[in-house]
Write a protein that binds this ligand. Structure first.
Ligand SMILES: N[C@@H](Cc1ccc(O)cc1)C(=O)O
Length: 315
């Protein structure tokens, strides 16, 4: 039987948006020798659907033998990423950041298997909070071009409302993380949502300048519906993974009610069903599409809330 390698599977599932070096990334993750990281800023007391996609990517790569480094942004949370946002973020207190980190940690542990050679979790508070300003400026400041930074895609939406100096520094902190993980964990790949592209590129550039080494970045496609809107949001706000914020039934219903044009895409991108099974559903129409929505809702509810909740919600 032909077994698809992980990189081709990610392509076939429509998960890859941009890559810095296709050949190298493909080789390394297909060999199962990659140590890669994804960062999560503790912006709320629960993960949401966007985070879920990133965690699924980690799991897929872990299943192919690669080692995920989950980074909690206990340090970057003090600044707040302006990437791709029009609004100014409000500053979070240290207590809230800590509390949100704890919530993320608990939810992630149910989803990814941690252990020395399986996956590790780190918190950038451990190195960012103790940086010395002048020392940092001299250490890495000279590697960043303000002109290039201002041209970065991630600030485009910010040009009108303005970008504070606080937020402008976010990219430097995220780059520093990549550099730190490269040196301390041999982590030479960073993945994330497509809005993270500029931050990730800045990190590869820092590693090149400081160490003369190559590091790679890859982004995953943002989940958009056929009308061009970001998915995972309802009139009430985000679709959360915490059952107390979005009940398993509401979670199920969200996927059960998505548009016909979006079902197959979501099944491909979000579930772990084998691609052959999904391909066979490609021609489905009418009542069968309705069936596909139930499959999507069931599979996702099972992943997030467990089989029993999924079965209850499907009744
Ligand atoms: N900036 C990322 C989170 C992140 C934080 C630190 C990193 O090193 C990497 C990623 C986001 O907003 O989603």
């Amino acid at each position: 039987m032909f077994i698809m390698k992980i990189y081709d599977e990610l392509v076939a599932r429509g998960l890859i948006a941009q890559v810095t070096n296709e050949k190298e990334i493909k080789e390394i993750i297909n060999s199962g020798n990659a140590t890669f990281y994804i960062g999560f800023d503790p912006t709320a007391d629960s993960l949401h659907v966007g985070h879920f996609m990133a965690l699924c990517l980690m799991k897929r790569l872990q299943m192919a033998g690669n080692k995920p480094v989950v980074l909690l942004g206990g340090g970057t949370g003090y600044i707040g990423d302006p990437s791709g946002r029009t609004d100014l973020r409000s500053m979070m207190s240290p207590e809230i950041i800590q509390q949100n980190c704890n919530c993320f940690k608990q939810q992630m542990e149910r989803f990814i298997e941690f252990g020395e050679d399986k996956a590790i979790m780190v918190n950038n508070a451990d190195w960012l909070l103790e940086l010395d300003y002048i020392e940092l400026l001299r250490d890495v400041g000279h590697c960043f071009s303000v002109n290039n930074m201002l041209r970065a895609e991630c600030y485009k939406q910010r040009k009108e409302k303005g970008l504070s100096f606080l937020e402008f520094n976010y990219m430097i902190m995220q780059s520093y993380d990549f550099y730190h993980l490269y040196r301390n964990y041999g982590c030479n790949m960073q993945f994330g949502g497509d809005d993270q592209w500029s931050n990730m590129l800045a990190g590869t550039e820092l590693i090149r300048r400081k160490l003369g080494e190559d590091a790679y970045a890859m982004t995953i496609t943002l989940l958009m519906n056929s009308a061009g809107n970001k998915m995972g949001k309802t009139a009430k706000g985000a679709v959360w993974l915490d059952p107390n914020k979005t009940s398993p039934l509401e979670f199920f219903q969200y996927w059960r009610n998505i548009g016909d044009a979006d079902v197959l895409k979501c099944i491909r991108m979000l579930t772990f069903l084998p691609l052959e099974q999904i391909d066979a559903m490609d021609e489905w129409k009418g009542r069968q599409l309705n069936e596909a929505k139930k499959i999507l809702a069931y599979e996702l509810t099972k992943l997030v809330h467990g089989e029993e909740e999924a079965r209850k919600a499907a009744l």
